[in-house]
Design a protein around this ligand. Sequence first.
Ligand code: C2E
Ligand code: CA
Ligand code: CA
Ligand code: CA
Length: 278
Amino acid sequence: VKTRGGRRWSAFDAELRAENERRRTLEEELRRAIPAGEIEPWFQPVIDSTTGGITGVEVLARWNHPEQGLLSPAAFVPMAEELGLIRAIDEAVFDAACARAAPWVADGLIEHVACNVSPRDLLDPGFSRKLIGRLAGTDLPATALTVEITETFLLQDMALARRHIERLAAKGVRVALDDFGTGYSNLRALMHLPIQTVKLDRSLIADVGRDARVSKLVASLLHAARALGVSIIAEGVEDEGQALFLRSAGCDRMQGYFFARPMSADAMEAQLLEARPQ
Ligand code: C2E
Ligand code: CA
Ligand code: CA
Ligand code: CA
């Protein structure tokens, strides 16, 4: 029994070693990928519920890995956060996204560009000042930028979070509370911070228009947000039933596979030019 157990142990050991090895390789590749420009901004259209037109884009990071192909944030963002590389990634994605999207804004093809920032960034007292400085180095007007944040650290230091939001707002940059309705983002942040936009998480949207309780809850969230003067974006809209319900419930903007999946900058630009009113 001891031998068998021992053998099983060593097989487990070998697997663990292989896993650690793969991880270390990916870590080294990630460190190299950032300066090499392999982390790219992709874009997903945000739709105006009233007109059905594209009003803006959300920037979503993709790692164009030389061997593994296109990797989603789930494959590298948590690791980047652990390694302290997320700031460098967010900055690289931000700069590249502004460079691509600024002309779209200047040409009147879209009105706003939303970038995700790691909740960790917000713990840095210099975060908003640095972001404003970075933005000044791009051609994107401050009033076209939205920064999407999650609640994770907001409530740890409410005064700091407020300072960031107010400093950004003074320049015209909006702050959106992402993943609203999940454990990470809930009413407390909305109640206590001067947030301008809320993004309803797709877990809330999934059953909207199908399940009466969910529909009522979402409708009253929309109502509450309106009462606060907060703009709402529903994410993860995957079918027409959801879109119709959300529009009738007064949701300003929508985003999801029903309208468009995230796409490369070139594909986004082609679509915007095609949709341009003649
Ligand atoms: P998020 O900010 O909540 O972004 C929305 C996610 O939902 C995206 O996943 C998007 O592709 C996906 N999505 C959009 N529409 C639909 C739909 O109709 N159905 C379904 N099932 N999914 C939909 P993605 O691109 O994999 O990004 C995952 C998360 O990674 C993002 O969630 C965001 O938190 C994070 N992330 C993305 N880009 C960046 C970045 O540049 N910096 C940082 N720090 N985080 C990022
Ligand atoms: Ca987001
Ligand atoms: Ca979200
Ligand atoms: Ca999310």
